[in-house]
Design a protein around this ligand. Structure first.
Ligand SMILES: *[C@@H]1O[C@H](CO)[C@@H](O)[C@H](O)[C@H]1NC(C)=O
Ligand SMILES: *[C@@H]1O[C@H](CO)[C@@H](O)[C@H](O)[C@H]1NC(C)=O
Ligand SMILES: *[C@@H]1O[C@H](CO)[C@@H](O)[C@H](O)[C@H]1NC(C)=O
Length: 238
């Protein structure tokens, strides 16, 4: 079996790699009740144990959820792929230490997105964070003609208010291993990011010939404090 690793290094601390390998750990993050309340409040804190109804035990990553789907059809026939995501706060212990973090559809890091070059992606995002605005930036996407879908609050859009939704809608004109992440405050350090994999018939490496299957590996720094504490001078930074 041949091994291919594509690595992209982002900003200061993130590495997202798509690699072909076998990883058997299939323990899941435990899904718990969404934490949300009506109406935005002017505070950036979301560490609010009184709101929480349940906590997660210490968990380990669900590597299977980041395995690229071997049935996924790599084609130049474009389709529209539509996603419904809820951004929410959780209190749990991903590495055994309890803290607040941010999930998409109960998952942290966020769900794997797989598409083909030429596809149109539609992300219906609901912000269920109790007291923070949010956004998603599709890192590296050219957004030629769709600049307002770039996901940078204060630059290309208003932030998504707590309790509100926003739909990102754009066509992918490139391929490779990318990621998406919040562009609000320091949220991506608290977990609001995930893999964005764009296939193409033009990819020189062909599944079944050059490799057997692909596993996305996400590496990120993880602190026991929320990023807003680690980085207190950047509460509203972008
Ligand atoms: C894998 O891809 C196939 C074909 O597109 C699809 O029917 C199936 O639901 C996918 N499986 C997962 C787990 O996404
Ligand atoms: C899609 O791929 C097929 C087979 O390689 C090719 O014949 C066709 O011209 C391609 N279509 C487009 C729009 O690129
Ligand atoms: C952006 O799209 C326009 C219109 O389709 C095209 O003419 C232009 O070359 C594109 N720019 C880039 C950088 O791809």
């Amino acid at each position: 079996m041949k091994l291919q690793i594509c690595t992209v290094i982002f900003l200061t601390s993130f590495i997202l790699a798509s690699a072909q390998s076998i990883i058997s750990d299939s323990t899941s993050y435990t899904a718990i009740t969404t934490v949300s309340q009506g109406g935005p409040t002017p505070t950036i804190a979301f560490e609010a144990p009184a709101l929480l109804t349940e906590v997660t035990p210490a968990v380990s990553p669900n590597m299977a959820s980041y395995q690229l789907n071997s049935s996924f059809k790599i084609t130049n026939r474009s389709v529209t792929r539509t996603y419904y995501w809820t951004i929410a706060a959780r209190y749990g212990a991903p590495d055994g230490y309890y803290r607040s973090y941010i999930t998409i559809n109960s998952q942290m890091p966020g769900p794997l997105v797989e598409a083909n070059e030429g596809d149109t992606l539609v992300f219906n995002i609901y912000n269920a964070l109790p007291s923070q605005t949010a956004s998603i930036h599709w890192h590296g996407m050219h957004q030629n003609g769709t600049a307002f879908m770039d996901g940078v609050p204060g630059v290309t859009q208003c932030p998504i208010q707590s309790g509100k939704s926003f739909t990102y809608h754009f066509t992918v004109t490139q391929y490779g291993t990318y990621w998406y992440h919040s562009h609000s405050s320091t949220q991506y350090t608290d977990g609001l990011f995930g893999p964005l994999i764009i296939h193409s018939v033009n990819d020189p490496l062909v599944r079944g010939t050059d490799f057997d299957y692909e596993q996305v590996i996400i590496l990120n720094d993880w602190y026991h404090n929320q990023a807003v504490r680690t980085c207190p001078h950047l509460p509203n930074g972008i």
